[in-house]
Design a protein around this ligand. Structure first.
Ligand code: NAI
Length: 312
């Protein structure tokens, strides 16, 4: 009876149409996994070239996933071609935010900048139907800071995916004090349907994963700065001793040292009394010298494409 009552009270939160805004590294993956799960997807970008490259990224990634399935004998070539068509047909592309007006869930994956996100959410809140749920993929910003400007904090969650979205199985659902229980449950249903595992936390900096991970990267950098161990030994130690797939300095290079610095500087400014948030001077110096890790070819390691070659 209790379950029937809950369901009866919340039919308006059924998700059929998923809007994705920002088709960069994260957003294209979120759009793709949603379409693969059978959702109708409305994919929105701000500029025509970004829309075009987002579409290309989705097409390329879908082709790759399907040809792997064929290679592994999980699918015939014919079935893969049909599936590709089916998934592609579920996605529509637009440069107009108003295309999201009847979306049931809008996942935002635009640039990590509060000055961009706040006006974006103000506009989104005024354009999209009142029963739609908003989910932000922000990694380091406080969800509450733009949930309020959206005008619907009760229908707002953090929906934090991991890169690459197509492969990583976790989604952190950030629940605000204002988030309605029915909204939270509906979002949980979406995460399950796209085949991911959901964990939940409050609107705390870094949520669960980055709150624990980023300070670990910082400690590895400080250890290196103090000369207590080499770059390689720090990484091998955490791989073989703690079972991490990648050591912390390797991972920092992989993420991008500019991204690590950006996140840390934001946290230090916003949470000056949190002792875990420190900006290592070596990190700042590397970024100032244009050494950003994998993407620039050098960071804690020297890189050739996607492969680390030796410590820098
Ligand atoms: P990105 O730079 O690859 O993509 C952002 C996209 O948003 C760009 O294509 C840009 O054209 C578009 N955009 C910017 N302003 C827009 C607007 N007003 N309307 C529509 N589109 C707009 O960035 P990325 O890495 O995909 O990050 C997006 C969000 O996801 C950020 O909030 C970031 O913190 C978060 N995130 C990033 C992860 C990562 O590993 N890169 C992991 C998890 C979350």
């Amino acid at each position: 009876v209790q379950q029937r009552r809950t369901l009866a009270a919340t039919p308006h939160y059924d998700i059929k149409k998923v809007g994705v805004v920002g088709l960069g590294l994260m957003g294209h993956g979120i759009g793709l996994v949603s379409a693969q799960a059978g959702y109708e997807v409305i994919a929105v970008e701000a500029q025509a070239p970004a829309l075009e490259s987002g579409k290309k990224r989705i097409d390329k990634s879908l082709s790759k996933i399907l040809s792997k399935a064929v290679e592994k004998g999980k699918m015939t070539l014919e079935a893969a071609e049909k599936e590709k068509e089916k998934v592609e047909r579920r996605i529509t592309y637009s440069l107009d935010l108003a295309a999201l007006r009847d979306a049931d869930l809008v996942v935002e994956a635009i640039v990590e900048n509060l000055d961009v996100k706040i006006p974006f959410y103000k506009q989104l809140g005024s354009l999209v139907k009142p029963t739609a749920i908003f989910g932000s993929n922000t990694s380091s910003l406080k969800i509450g800071d733009f949930a309020a400007p959206s005008g619907r904090p009760q229908q707002f969650v953090g929906l934090h995916f991991f890169n690459p979205v197509q492969l990583m199985r976790l989604v952190e659902i950030v629940r605000l004090h204002e988030t309605e229980p029915a909204v939270f449950e509906t979002v949980r249903g979406y995460v399950a349907r796209i085949g991911k595992t959901a964990v939940t936390c409050q609107d705390t900096p870094g949520f669960i994963v980055n709150r624990l991970l980023v300070p670990a990267l910082v400690q590895a950098m400080l250890m290196k700065e103090r000369g207590e161990a080499s770059v390689e030994d720090i990484d091998v130690a955490m791989q073989l001793g703690a079972g991490h797939p990648m050591g912390p300095l390797h991972l920092a290079d992989y993420i991008g040292l500019d991204t690590c610095l950006f996140i840390l500087e934001g946290w230090v400014k916003k949470y000056p009394n949190e002792p875990a948030f420190i900006v290592p001077s070596s990190l700042r110096a590397l970024v100032q010298g244009g050494k950003l890790g994998r993407k620039s070819g050098e960071g804690f390691y020297v890189w050739e494409g996607d492969k680390k070659v030796k410590p820098a």
